[in-house]
Design a protein around this ligand. Structure first.
Ligand code: C2E
Ligand code: CA
Ligand code: CA
Length: 532
């Protein structure tokens, strides 16, 4: 007969179940999806009632928790796991670390860890073979309590895994204060769809946890697609039906013998000068810098051509200038704002930064779009640097500056220069502008190119007399022209043999006056005299 036990039945049968060993353990392997090797397993409790059949934890665990029985059940599981590990060690089976679940109520029991320790010692199991899994809800009783327990567990050498990470709303806040060693992400919390919103959240969480240099195990993985997706975002460790349902001790022993084992590896090497993990610490210098001193800043990950924005500061949003919300920025497709040409510029800069491990900069045009302002084009100057690395995945820190105004001015200048250039090329004309008050001369680009002149000549016309563009026999005439201009002459012209080659040019001046009739500027030109 198969029947779900009522709360009363659970409580009435609890003691006898422990005594008669009606409660037993199933083991679910944790696998490295890339190598196919086993990195560990989780112990899950089952209850086989002689009359009512198999009972599941979702039904009886809450009852245990509400009736101060859970610590007895969990210590029972721990003892069973120790016994199993002993059996492996004694029979020459190479064991893997097995994790047991710690209810938050176990954490409230002051001597719980000591009880664990005495069991472990009785079976003489090294702590490296015994992991513990705690959930974010452990923090409900206060950070102090759970921090103490964590410290104690670490003190004895236990690895602590954060179970069901991402299920709580305060996930990151809890995580940054709890130095857990492994993070478990349950795929079922992210509603499955890959690449959709769930995918984006998983990716962000994995990326953020990598910042903390913590390995991630994906739980509840049922399909190859899910596993491949997790792998693509840098999470190789999988626990779920795809590889194995929770299995009996005998079946697990077979798997232990069949599969190779490997230890859990660290997630990402944070570049040393910049302790990226400390970005989470609100008091850290890096956070201060991130928020206050630098202008706009963004942290993103780069993996085989894919860019994912992980964090932006307020100034980044302001600098981009579109009244976007932080959410809009984080959800925006980073590549989506660039055309192919600008994307290439940006990606080349990323690759340079990866190669040099130094700061690299570029200017790229983006089309930004926000609910409030609609679409606009901005030019962003990015100075980037690699701050973390795991396999082919890189974490980059980028300081940005909006240089749109600067670029637009430059583009306008370039455009008017271009027009002038085209006109003067066709007319075979050399032109310049003379400012009466300052005696400064600004030559056109052809003068600069063909005659090697700087952009501004002081004390005009002396420099061009000195360098022989205006020959000595015409020097005094030319000086006199500038006196006449200062005195208000409107127009001057003559044919002058210019340069050492004494090439005949038609040289003209037209004066510009202010509203009081005072001469301001004179526009000079020289055109080649062509023999008819
Ligand atoms: P949990 O710690 O998150 O354990 C993982 C649960 O997901 C297990 O359910 C497992 O059978 C199930 N699972 C694993 N892979 C897949 C998959 O690919 N797809 C689906 N749909 N499910 C998968 P289980 O064994 O029913 O345990 C449920 C929960 O009960 C556990 O969640 C844990 O919170 C609690 N629990 C189980 N054993 C113990 C125990 O010994 N002590 C304590 N305190 N809690 C336990
Ligand atoms: Ca668990
Ligand atoms: Ca879990």
């Amino acid at each position: 007969m198969q029947k779900r036990m009522t709360e009363t039945e659970i409580l009435e049968n609890f003691d006898s179940a422990l005594q008669n060993e009606d409660m037993f353990i199933l083991y679910q392997p944790k696998i490295n999806h890339t190598t196919g090797r086993m990195i560990g397993a989780e112990a899950l409790l089952r209850w086989k009632h002689p009359e009512y059949g198999i009972q599941y934890p979702s039904d009886f665990i809450p009852v245990f928790e509400n009736n101060d029985l859970i610590y007895r059940a969990d210590l029972y599981v721990f003892e069973r796991v120790c016994r199993f590990q002993r059996k492996c060690l004694d029979s020459g089976v190479s064991p893997v670390p097995v994790s047991v679940n710690l209810s938050r109520f176990d954490i409230y029991k002051t001597d719980y860890i000591d009880e664990m320790e005495s069991i472990r010692k009785k079976y003489d199991i090294p702590t490296r073979l015994l992991h513990t899994e705690i959930t974010e809800t452990s923090a409900i009783g206060g950070m102090e309590l759970v921090t103490d327990v964590l410290q104690k567990l670490h003190g004895f050498g236990y690895i602590v895994e954060m179970d069901d990470f991402g299920s709580g709303y305060s996930s990151l806040n809890v995580l940054k204060d709890l130095p857990v060693d492994i993070i478990k992400l349950d795929m079922r919390f992210f509603s499955g769809e890959i690449g959709g919103r769930g995918g984006a959240i998983i990716n962000a969480v994995v990326q953020m946890t990598k910042w903390l240099d913590t390995p991630v195990v994906a739980e509840g993985v049922e399909t190859v697609e899910q596993a491949d997706y997790m792998k693509s975002i840098g999470c190789n460790y999988i626990q779920g039906y795809l590889y194995s349902k929770p299995v009996t001790e005998e079946e697990f022993l077979q798997k232990l013998n069949k599969l190779e084992h490997e230890p859990v590896a660290h997630a990402m090497n944070i570049i040393e000068e910049m302790d990226a993990g400390r970005f989470w610490d609100p008091n850290s210098l890096e956070t201060l810098i991130f928020n206050n001193f630098v202008g706009g800043a963004v942290i993103f990950s780069y993996y085989h051509g894919e860019v994912e924005i992980l964090r932006v500061n307020q100034k980044y949003i302001r600098e981009i200038g579109m009244n976007m919300t932080e959410k809009e920025v984080l959800n925006s497709q980073p590549w989506g704002t660039c055309d192919a040409e600008n994307k290439k510029i940006y990606e080349d800069t990323i690759l340079r930064a990866i190669e040099t491990m130094d700061e690299e900069t570029c200017d790229t045009w983006r089309t930004v779009c926000s609910k409030i302002c609609g679409e606009d084009k901005v030019c962003i100057r990015s100075a980037m640097r690699v701050i973390g690395k795991a396999d082919d995945r890189y974490l980059l820190y980028v300081m940005i500056q909006n240089v749109t105004a600067e670029k637009k001015r430059y583009a306008e200048l370039a455009e008017s220069d271009l027009r002038l250039r085209a006109a003067s090329e066709q007319a075979n004309i050399y032109a310049w502008e003379y400012t009466v008050a300052t005696k400064q001369m600004r030559p056109c680009f052809r003068c600069m190119r063909d005659l090697g002149l700087p952009p501004v000549l002081e004390n005009y016309p002396e420099p061009v007399i000195e360098n022989g563009i205006f020959p000595a026999d015409y020097a005094d005439m030319y000086r006199d022209w500038h006196k006449q201009i200062a005195e208000g002459v409107e127009h001057l012209e003559a044919i002058i043999p210019l340069t050492v080659g004494r090439v005949p040019f038609h040289v003209r001046y037209t004066t510009e006056f202010d509203e009081n009739g005072k001469p301001l500027k004179a526009y000079g030109s020289a055109t080649l005299v062509v023999d008819e």
